[in-house]
Design a protein around this ligand. Sequence first.
Ligand code: ADP
Length: 481
Amino acid sequence: MDRRSDTLIRTNAYIAGSWTGAPVTPVLDKATGQEIAKVPNLGVEETCEAIKAAHAALPAWRQRTAKERSQILRTWFDLISAHSEDLAHLLSREQGKPLAEARGEIAYGAGFVEFFAEQAKRIYGETIPSPKSDSRIIVIKQPIGVVAAITPWNFPNAMITRKVTPALAAGCTVVVKPAEDTPLSALALAVLGEQAGIPAGVFNIITTEDPEPVGKELCANPLVKMITFTGSTEVGKILLRQAAGTVKKTTMELGGNAPLIVFDDADLERAVAGAMASKFRNAGQTCVSANRIYVQTGVYDAFASRLAEEMAKLKVGRGLEEGVNVGPLINEAAVTKVETHVADAVTKGAEVVCGGKRHAKGGTFFQPTLLKSVTSDMQVVREETFGPVAALLQFQDEDDVIAMANDTPFGLASYFYARDLARVWRVSEALQFGIVGVNEGIISSELAPFGGVKESGLGREGSHHGIEEFVEMKYIYLGGL
Ligand code: ADP
């Protein structure tokens, strides 16, 4: 039992400002397998209730001034900051990530609350020169309405604030369905949101073991005007199809297959540090994790041996243990996927420099793994491994590596390390990804427009662009003046 995070644990869902539903589904500590708490297993009926509550709360919330909404969000930010240690402990337990990373996520998640509290006041309209002298064209922006948010388990706090706070700032109301593995961080946010003064019905949370019918209702219900999703491309496509029935606006943050390219002229130490940060954060379970590391021939061996040295320092264990920097994977299916990818690579000729197996700690722990002599036909290159496996490929030519990097249906994050200025610009333009980290392995910030191209998604989250997804543009053509 970890008393630190218990104050924010809730075992009911949050609908129309009430804590509701019988706690039945256990939420496990991902490192120990022990139950932390139970949450309700809700279905279509309760989902409809939450949608109705959000719809009922919409007129009053929309009518408030931007400044009033801003002040409530700011209070929420202050409360999250005041409880950041409790939130981080809870997150580490239910998700598995090291405490230092959990603290980082809480700060990152709070950053969205702070930013969009400010941004609420900056949803500006426009006047456009009119085609006739007796008329004027004015563009106004209005909240889109009830928003449904479906969020993943890898960032159980930040993926909620990234969606919910721009929506609330814009005057929308929200129904959130958090991932079944990590509902407690979502409920903890609602506890603080309630204390901050978010009115009943403006922010609702549905917990469920069975996301399919709940997702279907969120997509089909005509009262919901927008679906914002972060998760796999596979599920994103299902939601897009389902949302088509009522022509809902969607934003989709889907899978990635990030390349990290190290050119001969790179600052090698910086490249190693960037690869470590991008690869092993959250045990490789992020959609911006470097999935394929391309190293130019001249520095290939030096890079591989420096990376192996740094990897040897990684400490695998329970997130709450001192000094741990790689936690368990989220579940057994995740471990099986990593094992399958490693086995496929080895069969096709990859060399295991270190790791390659389940960790002696058992459970869902996996050894940090370095593979050399990886080739483009291997699963570790074609698909997102979502685990602590660094796959190294060798290349000679800039054009070739760009072609290989772009040879994927995905286009979320990419990274490269180089010093030649012309190359930096050339490669940045050529990479078909929504995000390019140049000499930088950690690229997420509430200040930047996160999002992907191709099958990695639609729309952007964060920055001043992020809030625009939650408003409709309307122009008023004023004649007879
Ligand atoms: P992952 O493979 O990383 O677990 P998913 O895309 O399966 O990612 O999950 C992301 C979110 O989507 C979770 O909240 C999950 O419950 C939800 N989800 C999964 N399947 C469906 C579905 N058919 N309809 C709606 N939501 C779903």
